[in-house]
Design a protein around this ligand. Structure first.
Ligand code: NAD
Length: 381
């Protein structure tokens, strides 16, 4: 492909406030020789006005403009556009975004029927060379930070220890389940606010990271069928292991003020770590923030995008936290996309080296043929 024409759409998924480019990254793409079209208003909810994109050199086009979609070589999005929008793209166009490959049923059909190529950022291998392009990390960091702020705002107590004329206030106790990117950021944020923090994870490597942030690590249950680990990710735990883990966590949670749930296993239902019985033992006024709610939830009774009052315990279903910090979430996501695509521009050409580990990992389809059938939901047709 000679230098590509980029199109950035208005995001259409419910509650999505982010955009895939910033004026800064548009300038860089133009510097690489691309031409850039962006739909009017695409950055409005992220705080990027149309004129800032125009000043950076982008051409503003009407939303859904068939000609602009038909001319695009590269569609940079946050979430998967609707099927009828994808159908406007030409054969061989490349779609890059957080395409939810594990749960996006219509995606396979669209990619095949429209002859599209696609890169799902969720599948980018977690290797050091990929760090600057790692959108899961940039967004999970935001989610971990915001989860603690939501928990602190909903709590009926202070976070820090305070010595006042009216007496001493003990610090809040925060229990964090899962110490991946979101969990570690939650630890750091809760510590900055002065809470005492306890962390549970099943990957042994996490212990040192947690302790270096000033939190205490809850050792996983000693059992023969401990869940395995691959590529830095936990594998699915057995039901017996999870039952032992719940029993172990029950006493910790009974004393907790806030629980932040971030435990996930890629492509699987999130492990259920807080049961109804455990919630019954929590103090009225305490708070659970469940970041895994869209994957089935770490906690019983949490509902996506809702706060449920369960016998005085507030259960916050926090599935779209990066969308609540849209300016920084977009700016970082935009840099992730630039870092991913920049190496593909060489000698005045844009090309996909499918032998490259990074590209091979996340290129789910090429010109309509499915390359990651192991991951994609088998769509109709
Ligand atoms: P994730 O969102 O898939 O999972 C979050 C955490 O939940 C993980 O730490 C996992 O071990 C934990 N978990 C799973 N089951 C659990 C259970 N039953 N109880 C308690 N905890 C449980 O993970 P993530 O945040 O995407 O990060 C996964 C790994 O990738 C981490 O090791 C991270 O350091 C690594 N990583 C590497 C790079 C890179 O090198 N490019 C970038 C980002 C992250």
């Amino acid at each position: 492909m000679i230098l590509p024409r980029l199109l950035i759409p208005v995001e259409t998924a419910a509650a999505e406030t982010r955009v895939a480019v910033s004026p800064e990254t548009i300038k860089k793409f133009i510097g690489l020789g691309c031409s850039v079209a962006i739909e009017q208003g695409a950055g409005a909810s992220a705080g990027f006005v149309d004129s800032s994109y125009a000043e950076a050199g982008a051409e503003l086009v009407a939303v859904g403009d068939a000609q602009a979609w038909g001319q695009a070589d590269l569609l940079l999005c946050v979430q998967t556009p609707q099927q009828q929008a994808l159908a406007k793209l030409r054969n061989g166009a490349l779609v890059v975004g957080l395409l939810s490959p594990y749960s996006n049923e219509s995606l396979t059909t669209s990619l095949k029927n429209c002859g599209l190529s696609a890169m799902a950022l969720e599948l980018l291998p977690r290797i050091s060379r990929a760090q600057s392009a790692d959108a899961l990390s940039s967004q999970a960091n935001i989610a971990g930070y915001k989860a603690v702020l939501l928990g602190a705002a909903a709590l009926d107590r202070y976070f820090p220890m305070l010595m006042t004329a009216a007496g001493t206030v003990q610090p809040a106790k925060v229990v964090i389940l899962g110490a991946g990117v979101a969990g570690l950021q939650a630890v750091a944020t809760a510590r900055r606010l002065g809470a005492v923090v306890f962390v549970s994870d099943i990957r042994p490597a996490v212990k040192e990271q947690v302790e270096s942030l000033g939190a205490r690590f809850i050792e996983p249950p000693e059992m023969d069928d401990k869940p395995a680990e691959s590529g830095g990710y936990a594998k699915q735990a057995s039901e017996a292991f999870l039952a032992a883990q719940r029993q172990q966590l029950s006493d910790q949670l009974a004393e907790a003020d806030v629980a932040i749930c971030t435990a996930q296993v890629p492509g699987r239902r999130a492990p259920r770590l807080i049961s109804d019985d455990m919630l019954d033992r929590m103090r009225p006024g305490s708070v659970v923030v469940d970041l895994a709610v869209a994957q089935g939830g770490n906690c019983a009774d949490t509902q996506p995008s809702q706060t449920v009052d369960r016998k005085g315990v507030k259960l916050i279903g926090a599935n779209d936290l990066p969308c609540s910090v849209p300016n920084h979430a977009s700016a970082l996501y935009a840099r992730n996309l630039l870092a991913l695509l920049e190496p593909m521009f060489k000698d005045g050409q844009f090309s996909l080296d499918t032998e490259d580990e990074l590209i091979a990992g996340c290129l789910i389809a090429q010109d309509g043929s499915i390359r990651r059938g192991d991951v994609l939901t088998p769509g109709a047709n």
